[in-house]
Every structure is written in C-alpha cells, then in structure tokens.
Design a protein around this ligand. Structure first.
Ligand SMILES: [Mn+2]
Length: 380
C-alpha cells in the first residue's frame, strides 16, 4: 500500500494537522471528486451475513430506537423501500481490498492510530441519532446524500433506556448536506447527527487511541504472565504468638507493601509491550497459518521474482531495532532492518529489494516465518 494524496481539498497536510486534527471539524467539498463506491449495497448486505464481520442494524419501529446485532440473513434486513433504517458494517477494510486501499489516503497519520473503515447504509430518513464518539473520524459520503448536524463538545447526557448511546440534549450549531465525494472531519467528542436524504452510504474512517486504563490493564496482565521464575513467598520464621489474631501482622504488611512498592517493569518490558499492544489485531481477526508450509528455498525464489506484500489485516510498526507485527515483537537482525522498515512503511517489498539476498539470510528466514503465519503474501 503506497501512500496516496490526502483528500484534504485545498488544505495541505500541515495546515490540516495544525489547525484541525484533534481541534476542530472540517468540511471538505469534493475531497475525492470522482469517487465511485467500491461496494454496492448488495455486496455490503452479503458481508453482513458473515459471522467474522461485525454488523449492527439500527431502526425505529413505532418511534423507539432498536439495535440488532449481526450476522443478518437477507430476510433479516428490512426492505430497501422501507424508510429510516441503518445497517452498520465495521472493519470493511479487513475484508475488501478496494476499501482497504482507501486507507492509504489517510497514512499522513501513523498506522497505529488508524482503526478501521465502517460502512453505514441507510434508507431515507435513517440515522443512529445524535451522539458523540471518543475518536477522530473522517466521514466520507460514498453514495447518495446525508445531512450532518454537529455541535461542540459539552457535558454529555444520554437518553435513558435506549439501546444506543444517544444524546438527550442536542442543539446543532452547524449543518451541511454532504454529496458523494465530500468529507466531514470530526475530532473526538463533537456531537453529530447524520440523516440520510434518500438511500445513502457513508464511509467512516475511524481512528483509535488507547486510554490509560486499557493500556495498564493489558500491561499488568502481560507482566503477571511473565513473572513466574523466581517467585519469593512470604515467610515468618520466628513469629511471636498473638493474643489479637484479628490484627494484620505488621511485619507481613511491611513485606507485602515492599513487594508492591519495589516492583518496577524494566524499560525493555515497557517498550516491548507498547509495540505489541499497538499492533494487536482486532479481536475478530484470525490469521490462517499455511497448512503445508512451503520449503524455504523455492519459496524465496518466488518471493524474489514476485515481491512480497503485507496481508491487508496485518498491523506493523517499528521502533529502533524492533519490529512489531500483529502483536508480536521481533528484534531485527543486522542487515534486515532497512527492508523490514520499508515493509512496514510501504506494506510491500518489490522484487528488487529481495533479489541480492541469499536464501540462508536472516531476512529470508524471517519473511518465510511471517508468510507461513499468514501475515504476508507474494505480490500479485
Ligand atoms: Mn459517530
């Protein structure tokens, strides 16, 4: 995946990042002027039948909000002629190359900040109500028209007893009708409400940002897994008899407090965890390992002839001598780092990057291992 021109209209990437990113909304008319949606509504409905695809149906029977979770058979969905329903399909970039390729236009933001591309299909009047999201989003109008109304961040009150998070008070400060190819950028916590004007499809390019609690939870669990080894246990040889058996023994309290206060993760543990955490695939992603791994030598010959590319679901990042891929950490052997970084940045290695490298090299062995795991493929 090449890095394509950012769809920011007249703004440069620098202007956008300084003036808008995480600060204020931006409407970009004709951001992708000749945009043709790569997926028809029928193809989207088909995706929503799969159990490895996260989908939701939002409707308002008799004026009450209703949320159903997929997968949905064709007969589960309301008719396309029926008003005001919405089908949301999450992570479409994980399943459709042409949709994944769209994300290349947003790689002016680091890959680890990018979450997924969600497609929302709605019939006339459809929407999911006024709400806020915790993350930045680019709303690309892919087909038909949608009216967006937005408001600046403020104290949030939600409708009681609704199956979705819907703001109970929402006063729009600005509103626009988006046409195909237009994009609306929203920073986190801006109130927004989108309403379909006729049948419409909107692509949400969503970002991710960990909270401190999410990071700590995972990190502490990870540390606990790797403690093992020399695990001292409290002992109290010489303990004096007590007449107050209900009281916490002071020496015991002091020892345990010392263990807690003195425990420190190493810098290596910390750096390693951050890289693995930020490249962890989504829970729905499952890589199919090669049932019959090819022998290294013919495989390497083919790789040198055809080049290699990352699977569209693979998450890659590097820092210093470490490369992180799909939640695992590799120390890059000397002589491999320039090319492994190139694989992370461009998501492919063309034949000329591999040609001069012998089959008994660290690079060939590492890439072969990733190929067998299903993380990378031969280029077409
Ligand atoms: Mn939203």
């Amino acid at each position: 995946m090449r890095t394509l021109n950012p769809p920011l209209g007249p703004l440069s990437v620098d202007q956008f990042m300084r003036g808008h990113w995480q600060r204020k909304p931006l409407l970009i008319r004709a951001a992708l002027p000749d945009f043709k949606p790569p997926l028809s509504p029928e193809a989207l409905f088909e995706l929503a039948t799969r159990d490895d695809v996260e989908s939701r149906l939002v409707s308002q029977p008799r004026g009450r909000w209703r949320l159903d979770r997929g997968p949905f058979d064709a007969q589960d969905l309301p008719a396309r002629t029926r008003r005001a329903w919405t089908l949301l399909v999450q992570g479409v970039d994980l399943h459709v190359d042409a949709v994944h390729d769209l994300l290349a236009r947003f790689r002016f933001v680091p890959d680890v900040r990018l979450d997924d591309l969600m497609i929302s299909y709605a019939t006339d009047g459809g929407g999911v109500g006024p709400h806020v999201d915790s993350y930045d989003v680019f709303l690309l109008q892919a087909h038909g028209r949608r009216r967006w109304r937005i408001s600046a961040p403020r104290a949030i009150e939600l409708l009681p007893d609704a199956p979705l998070r819907i703001l109970s008070h929402f006063e729009a400060e600005q509103e626009w009708v988006l046409e195909p190819g237009d994009i609306l950028y929203l920073p986190p916590l801006w109130g927004h409400e989108g309403t379909a004007l006729g049948e419409c499809m909107t692509y949400s390019i969503g970002f991710r940002a960990p909270s401190r609690l999410e990071l700590l939870r995972g990190f502490l669990a990870d540390c606990a897994d790797s403690v093992g080894g020399s695990d001292p246990r409290f002992g109290d040889r010489g303990l004096a008899p007590t007449r107050t058996p209900g009281r916490l023994p002071e020496p015991m309290t002091r020892s345990l407090a010392g263990w807690l206060a003195d425990w420190r993760p190493t810098k290596r543990q910390i750096d390693d965890y951050i890289g693995r955490f930020l490249t962890e695939p989504k829970p729905s992603v499952w890589f199919e390992a090669q049932a019959r791994p090819p022998a290294l030598s013919p495989w390497w010959e083919a790789a040198q002839r055809r080049g290699l590319r990352a699977d569209r679901r693979s998450r890659l990042a590097y820092r210093g001598r470490h490369l992180f891929i799909n939640g695992e950490s590799f120390e890059m052997p000397s002589g491999t780092s320039a090319r492994l970084r190139r694989l992370a940045d461009s998501r492919e290695l063309p034949p000329d990057a591999l040609r001069a490298t012998p089959v008994d090299s660290d690079l060939a062995r590492t890439l072969h291992q990733w190929f067998c795991a299903g993380w990378i493929h031969h280029s077409r």
